[in-house]
Write a new protein. Structure first.
Length: 350
């Protein structure tokens, strides 16, 4: 088994408390940091793809950062470390207990490494065999950070969730496929651990790099496949919670947020909220006619919203039902989480 495979085997150890590696020990050219949370089967697929890279196996390592350590993930990583110990890269298991979310987990990973180049991907990707070679080459061509290509395969008629997830393929900078020098990460402080969900933490790092005057390059030949993982019915309801982190991103980088993001709830959301309020007030005020007319308007807006979401997505009965149900709820949750984020992070958020 690799020397590193067992270095952080104690689940009680925080990543921040991990012992420094001796300076005369193995120092890789590049460390691949993979945050994960309780999906060992998916993680194994990713790590195996990383272990089969065209890059010299003796010159890179894989650091799996277990965010909320569990025995199944630990066992998976240690088994992979043993299987690749002779002919593959070093594979390290790093339990992360001092923070929560992928941002904090990635910080733990790159800070526990001695490499001067850091590669980031997620546990649900399948990196191309040339991914590491091409990403490092782009970094060595004079960039401080590199954004690679993300391919999201979709069926002809994806679900609304799948279509939304496919937006990752058009992201300017996403840590599902990114590279950075240690110097750049140290200069910007790395990831902001206040982004406790997988949302906007990569844009925050991108904006920090830009504001520091550092160069971000694009490497189309550094590719990862990002299959959309299965999701439960109505998953888009819980996803609205991520909207609160738009407020944090805006607070930190207002000009770049306005330039690059400009994400606000559609006017339709506010119209639906206003209609619902009028219905309730009219019923309380014993004005049934106004309540009925406004209810009809509310139903029409809800149906229109659902139809728009179904235009290019799946038409199965279950998906149609999901779109109808969630279209009646999403507007209010989106506005709620946006306002909650503004209060939480103490920022006026237009």
């Amino acid at each position: 088994m690799s020397t590193y495979a067992g270095l952080f085997e104690n689940d009680e150890m925080s990543a921040m408390d991990a012992p420094a590696l001796p300076r005369d020990d193995f120092i890789p050219d590049v460390s691949v940091v993979v945050p994960t949370y309780r999906r060992p089967a998916m993680l194994e697929r990713c790590v195996r793809a990383l272990a089969e890279q065209a890059y010299d196996a003796a010159r890179y390592e894989i650091v799996v950062c277990d965010d909320g350590p569990d025995e199944a993930t630990k066992a998976c990583v240690l088994r992979l470390a043993a299987s690749y110990a002779q002919h593959g890269p070093k594979i390290r298991y790093l339990p992360v207990t001092g923070s929560q979310g992928p941002a904090g987990a990635r910080n733990a990973g790159w800070r526990a490494s001695l490499a001067r180049r850091i590669a980031f991907t997620d546990d649900d990707t399948i990196p191309d065999p040339q991914w590491l070679v091409n990403g490092v080459r782009a970094l060595d061509d004079g960039a401080d950070a590199v954004s690679g290509r993300i391919v999201v395969p979709l069926p002809d008629r994806p679900t609304d969730y799948e279509l939304d997830a496919a937006g990752l393929a058009n992201a300017e900078f996403a840590t599902a496929n990114a590279f950075a020098t240690r110097a750049a990460l140290e200069r910007t402080g790395g990831f902001d651990a206040r982004f406790t969900s997988a949302w906007r933490e990569d844009s925050d790092l991108q904006f920090a790099l830009m504001r520091a005057g550092l160069k971000i390059a694009r490497a189309e030949d550094a590719m990862v496949l990002h299959p959309v993982r299965p999701a439960r019915w109505g998953v888009c309801i819980s996803q609205q919670k991520k909207s609160q982190f738009d407020a944090l991103l805006y607070k930190k980088h207002p000009a770049l947020y306005r330039e690059r993001i400009r994400r606000a709830p559609p006017l339709l959301y506010y119209a639906m909220l206003a209609a619902l309020v009028v219905v309730i007030v009219s019923l309380i005020a014993d004005a049934p006619r106004i309540a009925a007319m406004t209810a009809i308007a509310w139903i029409a807006m809800t149906l229109w919203f659902a139809v728009q979401r179904l235009k290019t997505t799946s038409r199965t009965p279950a998906h149609i039902a999901e779109m109808l149900w969630t279209s009646a709820i999403i507007p209010y949750l989106s506005i709620y989480w946006r306002i909650r984020g503004a209060f939480k992070f103490k920022v006026f958020f237009p």
